[in-house]
Write a protein that binds this ligand. Structure first.
Ligand code: ITT
Length: 206
């Protein structure tokens, strides 16, 4: 049996440079009794995402931050996986927005891709998932990972200016608003990130 790690409530490094994620992780951590301190506040470098899975990238980000900061760190690797695009952009979700982080262009790229894949009877497969892997790493190299997935439908044109990234084109199952139209309090509990975080909390609770 491998040892189940404990994490005393207190400060925890949120190893992300994405402000949208910092906000959501801070809210989740705050509700669980932790105070998030961001990678930017600690001046942590942004490691290159060289793995070919969400989990691989989440673990390398968490381990790099934990080792540099000398304290436990939580990293998030996430993205939009479109059924009609064989799972793209997936782990390349941030990279589709380019160095300018232009998510209007990235969303347009998704829509253009779906149009190309339209079947002869005019069907566009608009099903998609948001995927998140949260990895919690300790400075000694121990790491635990948790996955959350939320299914939904892609809409066009984009709707709403809340949230970040691909939120304006994603309507989660059972809802009519896009994540971009939802206020943070409504979006957060429905997310891939909250689902992964619940698994992390269950792990820590033993
Ligand atoms: P870090 O690596 O520093 O955490 P990043 O933005 O590069 O920041 P990722 O490599 O995990 O993070 O890229 C995931 C992208 O997927 C992210 O930039 C968002 O655009 C998108 N994404 C993830 N979760 C999302 C959410 O809840 N709503 C909208 N878009 C999301």
């Amino acid at each position: 049996m491998t040892e189940r790690r404990k994490l005393p409530p207190g400060r925890l490094v949120a190893a992300t440079h994405n402000q949208g994620k910092v906000k959501e992780l801070s809210d989740l951590l705050g509700a669980a009794g932790f105070m998030a301190v961001s990678a930017k506040e600690l001046g942590l470098p942004e490691p290159e995402e060289t793995a070919d899975t969400f989990r691989g990238n989440a673990e390398l980000k968490a381990l790099a931050a934990a080792k540099t900061a000398g304290q436990p760190a939580l990293a998030d690797d996430s993205g939009l996986a479109c059924d009609g695009l064989a799972g793209a952009p997936g782990i390349y979700s941030a990279r589709w927005a380019g160095p300018e982080k232009d998510f209007s262009a990235a969303m347009q790229k998704v829509e253009d891709g779906l149009k190309v894949e339209t079947t002869s009877d005019g069907e566009v497969d608009r099903r998609a998932s948001f995927v998140c892997v949260l990895s919690l790493a300790w400075p000694d190299g121990h790491v635990e990972s948790f996955e959350g997935i939320v299914r939904g439908q892609l809409v066009w044109p984009p709707r709403g200016d809340q949230g970040f990234g691909y939120d304006p084109i994603f309507v989660p199952e059972g809802e009519t608003e896009t994540f971009g139209e939802m206020l943070a309090d409504k979006k957060l509990p429905l997310t891939h990130r909250a689902i992964a975080f619940q698994k992390l909390k269950d792990y820590l609770a033993g």
